[in-house]
Design a protein around this ligand. Structure first.
Ligand code: HPA
Length: 282
């Protein structure tokens, strides 16, 4: 048996023993959004500590639990606290939660994060709908023997971020009158922020936002056939574009400041994603 798959199945058994809930949408909360999960109609909660072998985040301020419940009438599982590659986990552990949420029943993955802005005209506090990504600077979570139970050896990545979901989110943002940039997200390993020249490199490669999460999770989710969407909160202008040194506090302060708007956008988007599914099944 494959050790990565074994571990995933152990985690799945822990879930099955404790939780009855079946989510449709999996939501991963980035910086500033931690308390979003408390604002929904909570049905059940599963602490990461109660899942055998589950990676638990070391980042201060990151909670560690799955929250199950409803956003309006859409059944969701929310990850309150994710683990990052820079914390020292194997990349297979970093994406284990995403894989687990697919096994729980979630067919759609909604990714959020805080990121440094690179795109022309971006400002701190903007939101960016992710259209595509560059994951080439972190190891592939699919490295190693392929887990055939999850997906194929050589998965297509031509539309990681689902077109229909992007249309839905753009519509939600427009109706809420929340300006929404769009662009390419690049994941670097962190934990240091980039040097100005690294940011230039990202720009040359076509990236509009840079961060330390998300892309590897999207690769694993795409491998499993999930429909994926993602929004970055541009918490700061990336190093060298901003004229001052970057701190974690700046990232957090901006993410906190725009969190109320971000939450509105997430809620409206999820409600509409729920309707999309209903339409598809008619
Ligand atoms: N770089 C990398 N990760 C980040 C940044 C950044 O500028 N801002 C928030 N997360």
């Amino acid at each position: 048996m494959n050790a990565v798959y074994d571990k995933l199945m152990k985690c799945y058994e822990s879930f099955q023993k404790r939780i009855r809930f079946r989510p449709d949408v999996a939501l991963i909360l980035g910086s500033g959004l931690g308390d979003y999960a408390e604002g929904i109609q909570v049905e059940e909660v599963l602490d990461y500590h109660h899942i055998e072998g589950f990676p638990v985040s070391t980042v201060p301020g990151h909670k560690g639990r799955f929250v199950f419940g409803y956003v309006r009438d859409v059944p969701v599982v929310i990850m309150q606290g994710r683990v990052h590659y820079y914390e020292g986990y194997d990349i297979s552990d970093v994406v284990l939660p995403v894989r687990l949420m697919k096994l729980m029943g979630a067919e759609t993955l909604f990714l959020t994060n805080a990121a440094g802005g690179i795109g022309e005209g971006f400002q701190a506090g903007d939101f960016m709908l992710i259209t595509d990504q560059i994951a080439s600077f972190v190891p592939s979570p699919l490295r190693g023997p392929n887990i055939d139970e999850l997906g194929v050896r050589f998965p297509d990545m031509s539309e990681i971020y689902d077109k229909d979901l992007r249309t839905v989110i753009r519509g939600a943002a427009a109706d809420l009158e929340i300006p929404l940039q769009q662009g390419v997200y690049i994941q670097l390993s962190g934990p240091s922020y980039e040097s100005p020249q690294e940011v230039q490199m990202c720009k040359i490669l076509g990236a509009d936002a840079v961060g330390m999460s998300t892309a590897c999770e999207a690769v694993a989710a795409n491998h499993m056939g999930m429909k994926i969407c993602g929004i970055s909160c541009i918490s700061n202008l990336a190093c060298g574009i901003a004229d001052h040194p970057l701190t974690h506090k700046e990232v957090q302060d901006t993410a906190d400041r725009v969190a109320p708007l971000f939450k509105q956008l997430i809620t409206e988007s999820i409600v509409r994603i729920g309707k999309l599914k209903y339409r598809d099944s008619q």
